[in-house]
Design a protein around this ligand. Structure first.
Ligand SMILES: C[S@@+](CC[C@H](N)C(=O)[O-])C[C@H]1O[C@@H](n2cnc3c(N)ncnc32)[C@H](O)[C@@H]1O
Length: 377
């Protein structure tokens, strides 16, 4: 599963563990260092398969597939806030089918070394770990052979991509939209399609530029077909068509005024850098060009394919760039959409707390995104 003969990541070693601890503190860790080395060796060499199994079970094991196609219904709306945390476990199936691409996602810059698969290669091939992973609490975990705890700490230090909770998408689609035909100009790790399979919508059309994600639309569809095997003969089968194509180049021929809804969370300019060709950030590295060439072109195509009186919704939030400057992407993107559609309302979606040190205080307690809802008049 993890091919460590391929080098996709690397980082510079400043110190070995023993010297690092000697230089930085003078606590119990020095007396226990040999035991630490021995346990660490067992973990990443002798028992590496078991170590990776624990990782798989913790993050990717999806269990019985049926449950992903029989999501219930809860009210997630309180005032103007949609609860995005409820039943986020449904995202597991998406991680399971997309883990390779997902865990190669970088944050903010192309030379980000902290993506999960890269950090794993470095761990299992070169036996390197980050400073933060030899802090007192983590050190104790290794002494106690707590592999589960090891993985929690390890994943905390990595760039991990956001996954749109399919349960939230289903709620939004069912409560703010109506119709049968849905268009999604990105596939969001197949989350939107999974949500769609849990609704009475009949047709899903999407575009994305990651070939594996486009292909996984078929994997998901096959799962869906299996789960409806024993439904009655008058049961209407849903249709899915996913295109491998940048949305700004999507050929709308045959889809003019065809769809009843457009709903998605676009790439956030350079916040997450996905591992494929034709990513919007690569085609349009400059922010102004991106807003124009990627965003406005995509929005205008959405306008053309949407029926009159139907809705366009997208989710976005501002973020901090490498220099910790705020990128006010929400307002800019909203302004572009207002050139085409009429704003109906603005909601917030509350996701789980964010973990990174660079995350502003305000976002650590709750991480909100704007959900802008528009209509084609
Ligand atoms: C993962 S989603 C959105 C992220 C969002 N925060 C979420 O949680 O759903 C972003 C997607 O946009 C896709 N993408 C990037 N550039 C694109 C383009 N030009 N056309 C279509 N899809 C694109 C990426 O491949 C990725 O699948």
């Amino acid at each position: 599963m993890l091919d460590i003969s391929i080098k996709t990541s690397e980082y510079i070693v400043k110190n070995n563990v023993r010297d690092f601890i000697k230089e930085n503190s003078n606590d119990y860790r020095l007396d226990k260092i040999d035991e630490f080395y021995k346990n660490f060796y067992d973990m990443v060499v002798t028992n590496r398969e078991e170590t990776l199994d624990i990782w798989f079970n913790k993050y990717l094991d999806s269990g019985d597939i049926k449950k992903y196609f029989s999501m219930g219904t809860d009210n997630l709306l309180k005032g103007k806030v949609i609860n995005g945390i409820a039943k986020s476990g449904y995202g597991r199936l998406l991680r399971n089918i997309n883990f390779d691409k997902m865990y190669r996602t970088k944050k903010l810059y192309h030379d980000d070394k902290e993506f999960v698969i890269g950090m794993m290669e470095v761990l299992f091939r070169d036996f390197k770990i980050r400073n933060s992973l030899v802090g007192p609490a983590f050190f104790k975990g290794i002494l106690n052979k707590d592999i589960n705890g090891f993985w929690s700490a390890f994943m905390m230090t990595c760039s991990t991509p956001s996954v749109f909770n399919p349960y939230t998408f289903k709620f939004i689609l069912e409560n703010f939209f109506n119709g049968k035909k849905l268009f999604c100009p990105v596939l969001g790790w197949n989350s939107y399609q999974l949500a769609f399979h849990n609704t009475t919508w009949e047709e899903f059309v999407g575009t994305d530029v990651i070939p594996e994600v486009v292909d996984n639309g078929k994997v998901l569809y096959d799962y869906y077909l299996k789960t409806i095997d024993n439904k009655f003969f008058d049961f209407q089968k849903q249709n899915v068509k996913n295109y491998l194509c940048p949305s700004e180049k999507f050929d709308i021929n045959g889809y003019e005024e065809y769809f009843d809804g457009v709903l998605f969370s676009p790439p956030y300019y350079n916040l997450e850098i996905y591992d494929s060709e034709h990513q919007s950030i690569d085609t349009f590295p400059k922010y102004e060009d991106w807003l124009d060439g990627y965003w406005e072109t995509t929005v205008s195509k959405c306008y053309d394919v949407l029926k009159k009186g139907k809705r366009f919704g997208f989710l976005i939030r501002d973020y901090l760039d490498r220099e910790l400057n705020k990128v006010r992407i929400s307002e800019d993107m909203k302004k572009v959409v207002e050139k085409y559609f009429v704003l109906i309302d603005v909601y917030q979606v509350k996701w789980g707390a964010r973990k990174l040190a660079r995350t502003p205080e305000k976002m650590r307690n709750g991480n909100y995104e704007n959900f802008y809802l528009f209509e084609k008049k």
